[in-house]
Design a binder for this molecule. Structure first.
Ligand code: ZN
Ligand code: ZN
Length: 266
């Protein structure tokens, strides 16, 4: 199929806020030899229509970008403002060395305002030499990511509101792909935006319930309702041994892991 009708997604990171292994921990998962149990902080790279879109820039973004040899970023979509999703933002600077055009960032208004305050030297005072030319756009509905490198058609993006405990935040749908991290509840209106997906990426923290994340059982139930052709779970903690937990999942569902790539329709 042509580039215009296909998109490619790479899971840059699939771990919870601490990453796995957890500093100082000697548990079975943290010492596992299975590389799928080594989880950097959750993030994702989407190639659609020739554009490159990053969802969240956590503390591991630099290593992830080097590992996946990323050479192009047209825009960043932020899900929410927590540390593990945003603090790698300054490592976008090398993407400006050969291309000084501004890079749009998109976020829900509550996320955008925190990021603008947190990274004031970038978003408010862009005069410091070499600073990343990031431009924050607070969005509350569908938008389109423009081409930073040429004149390819813009890529439409649909924000999908979810709840992370009490915090309203965004997942994103691009074509027949949706990415919902850090989720403990999905409003009915958002389910309506999640029909006919090829691939769903969904938060599944651990077997036990948690106040601000889906457990694995909760995530499976939500994934069954959404009914994507394939679902990958992300944002796992060190309570999840990949081989063991993955083997228990229903058909069409699997644990994601760092570096996993897949294609789907736009
Ligand atoms: Zn998180
Ligand atoms: Zn551990």
């Amino acid at each position: 199929m042509s580039e215009a009708s296909r998109m490619r997604v790479t899971l840059l990171g699939t771990g919870t806020s601490t990453g796995v292994p957890v500093i100082g921990c000697t548990c079975e998962v943290c010492t596992s030899a299975d590389r799928r149990d080594h989880r950097t902080r959750s993030s994702c790279y989407v190639e659609a229509g020739g554009l490159g879109i990053v969802i969240d820039t956590g503390p591991d973004f630099r290593g992830q970008a080097l590992r996946e040899r990323l050479t192009r970023v047209d825009a960043v979509l932020f899900t929410h403002h927590h540390f593990d999703h945003v603090v790698g933002l300054d490592d976008l600077r090398p993407f400006f060395f050969a291309n000084r055009r501004p890079m749009p960032c998109y976020a829900r208004a509550n996320t955008a305002s925190v990021l603008v305050a947190m990274f004031g030297y970038i978003f408010q005072d862009g005069s410091y030499p070499g600073v990343a030319r990031l431009e924050m756009h607070a969005v509350d509905g569908p938008f389109a990511v423009p081409d930073r490198y040429g004149n390819r058609p813009p890529v439409p993006v649909q924000p999908v509101e979810v709840y992370h405990g009490d915090l309203p935040m965004y997942g994103y749908r691009i074509g027949r792909f949706a990415y919902l991290t850090d989720t403990s509840a999905i409003p009915e209106a958002s389910f309506a935006l999640l029909h006919d997906l090829d691939v769903l990426v969904l938060d599944a923290l651990r077997p036990e319930p948690h106040r601000t994340h889906f457990s694995i059982d909760q995530a499976v139930a939500v994934a069954e309702r959404i009914g994507a052709r394939q679902t990958y779970f992300v944002h796992m903690s060190h309570n999840v041994l990949h081989a063991e937990a993955d083997a228990r999942l229903p058909a069409g569902m699997a644990l994601g892991y760092d570096g996993l790539t897949f294609e789907c329709r736009r």
